[in-house]
Design a protein around this ligand. Structure first.
Ligand SMILES: Nc1ncnc2c1ncn2[C@@H]1O[C@H](COP(=O)(O)OP(=O)(O)O)[C@@H](O)[C@H]1O
Ligand SMILES: [Mg+2]
Length: 262
């Protein structure tokens, strides 16, 4: 199962991606969590220690690797031929950070050309990795994406079985989610779910949701949980979030829905 986590900046993509990764892995799935944000922070949310985080080089920024796999150094892509389908099968094993027995993280880096300048070979490598990483049995890939629609571009989106579009219960956030879902639908992503996150008044949130979406798309509510903020302020990852806390329980029921989908 390949799950894309999309949505507006600050809506809670990284939080939900991290919680789902933790929950899937604790339930016997092998999880590969991928961070494609240009300012990656999924590692923090997964409780990776700061001294390890400091040493992480995103795949797309790893000049040696990019050069080795594409034949061209980052920044040298224009006008040169480079391999568009670099070999990526060993990358998860070599560059993954092991969070626990069932959970690894690969910091891929941004796939957005407009954010990365013209690092074409680097983006080619990052995209090839997203496209061609092979799934074994009971294996899940969860991609924490960058805000915006780049991830829906050029052949990537349709690789995902499920698109979780995270939205805060505001008209603005939901309107952006609607656009992303429309795009995902056009691209033929099979399952789109809107995750209403940081919800304090579920009834009101669902009313707003219905105003924007009608009943065209399924939704799931994850309530506002002050424990998340408290952990973050203490520099702790969501691996330390109590399984009794609100957001954990709400994400756990999302996990159950997802296992029934595919
Ligand atoms: N359910 C929730 N309850 C409380 N705070 C949340 C919840 N989900 C996310 N947050 C907080 O909102 C902020 C943005 O979340 P984050 O996951 O980083 O968003 P994104 O990755 O979409 O930019 C973070 O400070 C996070 O702790
Ligand atoms: Mg994020």
């Amino acid at each position: 199962m390949r799950i894309l986590v999309s949505g507006k900046g600050g809506s809670g993509k990284t939080t939900i991606a991290a919680l789902l990764s933790i929950i899937f892995s604790r339930n016997g799935y092998r999880v590969l969590a991928l961070d494609t944000d240009s300012v990656p922070n999924l590692a923090q949310s997964l409780g990776v220690p700061p001294e390890v985080i400091d040493k992480i080089v995103p795949l797309a920024k790893n000049e040696e690797l990019v050069a080795e796999r594409t034949g061209v150094r980052p920044g040298e892509g224009w006008g040169l031929l480079f391999s568009l389908t670099p070999q990526v099968s060993d990358i998860a094993d070599k560059y993954g950070i092991k969070i626990d027995d069932n959970l690894s993280l690969v910091v891929v880096g941004s796939i957005d050309v407009s954010k990365e300048g013209c690092l074409c070979p680097a983006i080619a490598l990052a995209k090839a990795f997203l496209l061609h990483t092979f799934l074994k049995r009971r294996e899940i890939i969860i991609v924490d994406s960058e805000a915006g629609a780049e991830v829906f571009g050029r052949g990537l989106a349709e690789k995902f079985d499920i698109n979780l579009c995270i939205a805060e219960p505001t008209l603005k956030s939901l309107s952006i989610a609607k656009k992303l879902i429309d795009l995902a639908n056009q691209l033929g992503i099979k399952h789109n779910i809107v995750v209403l996150n940081k919800v304090q008044d579920p009834l009101h949130a669902v009313q707003l949701f219905n105003r924007v979406f009608g009943n065209s798309v399924p939704y799931h509510v994850v309530r506002y949980d002050e424990n998340i903020v408290a952990l973050e302020n203490r520099g702790r990852g969501l691996t330390s979030l109590s399984i009794d806390s609100i957001a954990y329980r709400d994400t756990h029921s999302l996990f159950l829905k997802l296992t029934k989908l595919v």
